[in-house]
Design a protein around this ligand. Sequence first.
Ligand SMILES: NC(=O)c1ccc[n+]([C@@H]2O[C@H](COP(=O)([O-])OP(=O)(O)OC[C@H]3O[C@@H](n4cnc5c(N)ncnc54)[C@H](O)[C@@H]3O)[C@@H](O)[C@H]2O)c1
Ligand SMILES: N[C@H](CO)Cc1c[nH]c[nH+]1
Ligand SMILES: [Zn+2]
Length: 427
Amino acid sequence: MEWIKDGNLDFLRKRKVEAREDAQQSVAEIINRVKSGGDEALKAFTKQFDGIALEAIQVTEDQMIAAAARVPKPVLQAIKQAARNIRAFHEKQLPQSWTETVDQGVVLGQKVTPLDSVGVYVPGGTACYPSSVLMGAIPALVAGVKRVVLVSPPQKNGLIADGVLAAAREIGIHEIYQVGGAQAIAALAYGTESIRPVNKIVGPGNLYVMLAKKYVFGDVAIDSLAGPSEIAVVADDSANPSWVAADLLSQAEHDRLSMPVLVTNSEAFGQQVEQEVENQLKELPREAIASESVHKQGKIILTANLQQAADVINQIAPEHLELATREPKEVLKFVRNAGAIFLGKYSSEPVGDYFAGPNHIIPTNGSARYASPLGVESFIKRSSIIEYSDEALQANGQAIAAFARFEGLEGHARAVEKRMKGAVIHE
Ligand SMILES: NC(=O)c1ccc[n+]([C@@H]2O[C@H](COP(=O)([O-])OP(=O)(O)OC[C@H]3O[C@@H](n4cnc5c(N)ncnc54)[C@H](O)[C@@H]3O)[C@@H](O)[C@H]2O)c1
Ligand SMILES: N[C@H](CO)Cc1c[nH]c[nH+]1
Ligand SMILES: [Zn+2]
């Protein structure tokens, strides 16, 4: 891991997605080819990137039932429990429609409506993510979205991973297409012969998926830029170096582009963690991926104190932040930019990835400065309600007309004045 002792955070500029020009170019080409070539292009890219010659793009009900039957019982139980926790957490987020009489004859409010259709991307390039099925689709279902579509790349056996199909079945999702990468995002945005377009695309993925979502944004809505996973741990010398190293590796193993960062006020502690990371790396089945992440993106940032550590965190705006210090809540007071914050030494990051209830689809690449984890609000829109009585219009019409005329919009002024009784004042 690279040590930073002088507070220089230049590495943050280099990791920006804009710096990945080659990937941006191939994503643009893929999207445009799917736009013009439809299903044939989808099949060609699935052959090229996933090595699978697809016969059918949509997964059948029989395939789902067979897949669920192959998933071990304890895993199905874990999926069910996680689904309950995730639903319970997200039900608390559901915004309500409301109207209120705010003045005599003036009723204002907002009407909350779920989106008509959404596409959930479930990653599946180098690992399988049943947990992302739950995290992507449950908030949409809680919001009341009628059409929830899933896309995910096929695995080596030619079908989407069993666990992904089992999780989908568990929560009642039945429209599933076995395509991944930028080509799947293009299909959801623009449609093909097999896939009808959706209003919004959500879900995490690798660099190609993230760039594809960015590319189609505007033609379709997206949630956030939830790309290669990141973790930052703020720890003092009260933390357990072996546990901290394991948590850093938990995110490093997602992707070669994942970023594990330790921010500490103790150089000796940092050295212990660094050593532990190297030791534990050798034991990881996904060593090759994790090792590239650790050695290319991994950082140990030394700060004078924990308040300064929080300042560093606010600049990184990590997807996940663990506060493994004596008084985590004291550090929390200074944290403003982080997607999900784990407090105390037992709140290991994977608790949130799978189980606790809050969403694991979280902005990365610094976008936690302005974006939030996926939630029920990601799947609803608000319409404003305005109702003026005759009396309210008579009382306020003159002010509205004066405002409109000041903007040079005579038509607006007249629309209001037509309804007004008595003298109309033109200036
Ligand atoms: N931020 C979050 O909330 C969050 C949550 C879960 C997972 N993740 C991230 O999701 C990602 C999963 O990645 P993955 O690769 O396993 O699965 P993935 O499904 O995201 O990507 C696989 C697809 O990438 C495309 N691809 C691969 N190489 C390509 C190339 N050279 N050119 C064009 N397209 C190419 C292929 O179409 C392939 O099907 C990881 O980065 C992980 O960290 C993020
Ligand atoms: N850590 C990922 C989000 O960056 C989510 C995940 C799913 N499965 C395991 N981890
Ligand atoms: Zn994870």
